[in-house]
Design a protein around this ligand. Structure first.
Ligand SMILES: CC(C)(COP(=O)(O)OP(=O)(O)OC[C@H]1O[C@@H](n2cnc3c(N)ncnc32)[C@H](O)[C@@H]1OP(=O)(O)O)[C@@H](O)C(=O)NCCC(=O)NCCS
Length: 162
C-alpha cells in the first residue's frame, strides 16, 4: 500500500489569551508587510466589543497556533481587523474555518454587514473574501503606511441568515 502524506494536525477555535501572543505575532509578521505589534494584539485582548479567536492545535504540537481572527462589533457593523493563517497551513480550509465562525458570530450578534480593508494587490485575500460574496465598496487611497491603497469590502447580512 502506498504511503500517504500525513494529515495536517487538527485545530480547534477558541478565544486567545496572553500566552498566545508570541505565536500570533509570529504569524502576523510572516503574513503582513506592516505587521501589528505584539503589544497592539495584547491591548485588543482587553477591549470591549471584540470578537477574537485563534486556531489552537489540539495536542499542542507545532505550530501551536495555526491562525487567528481579530474583529470588532460596532453597532450594526462587524469589522474584521485581522485574519491570517500560518503559511504552512494555507489552502487547507483553516481560513474558511475562521471566517465562517466570525460570520456566524456576526449574524448571532445582529450585525447587518461585515466590512474590512484589504490591500489592493492582495489577490489571495480578495479571492478568499470574494468566494463568500464580499464585494468592493470603495477604495481608500494610500491607506497603508507604505502608500498602498486599501479596498473596503462589504458583505451584507440578511436577518434571515444570508
Ligand atoms: C487569506 C488567508 C487568510 C486565507 O487562508 P487559508 O487558510 O489559505 O484559506 P482556505 O484554505 O480556507 O481557503 C479558502 C478559499 O480562499 C481562496 N484562496 C485562498 N488563498 C488563495 C490564493 N492564494 N489564491 C487564490 N484563492 C485563494 C480559495 O477560494 C480557497 O478555497 P480553495 O482552496 O478550496 O480553492 C491566508 O492566505 C493568509 O493568511 N494570508 C496572509 C494574511 C492576509 O492577507 N489576510 C487577509 C488580510 S485582509
Amino acid at each position: 500500500m502506498a504511503l500517504r502524506e500525513p494529515r495536517p494536525r487538527p485545530y480547534r477555535i477558541r478565544a486567545p489569551g496572553p500566552f498566545d501572543l508570541d505565536e500570533i505575532a509570529r504569524i502576523e509578521s510572516e503574513s503582513f508587510p506592516i505587521p501589528w505589534k505584539r503589544e497592539f494584539f495584547a491591548s485588543e485582548l482587553a477591549e470591549p466589543h471584540r470578537y477574537l479567536r485563534v486556531l489552537a492545535s489540539e495536542d499542542g504540537s507545532e505550530p501551536r497556533i495555526g491562525g487567528y481572527v481579530f474583529a470588532v462589533a460596532l453597532y450594526e457593523e462587524f469589522h474584521i481587523n485581522k485574519i491570517a493563517t500560518d503559511a504552512r497551513l494555507r489552502r487547507l480550509g483553516y481560513g474558511r474555518l475562521l471566517l465562517e465562525d466570525a460570520l456566524a458570530h456576526a449574524r448571532a450578534a445582529g450585525a447587518s454587514s461585515v466590512t474590512l480593508e484589504v490591500r489592493v494587490t492582495n489577490g489571495a485575500a480578495r479571492a478568499f473574501y470574494g468566494s463568500y460574496g464580499f464585494t468592493d465598496a470603495y477604495r481608500r487611497r494610500a491607506y497603508y503606511q507604505d502608500g498602498e491603497d486599501a479596498m473596503v469590502l462589504v458583505l451584507p447580512l440578511s436577518s434571515r441568515g444570508g
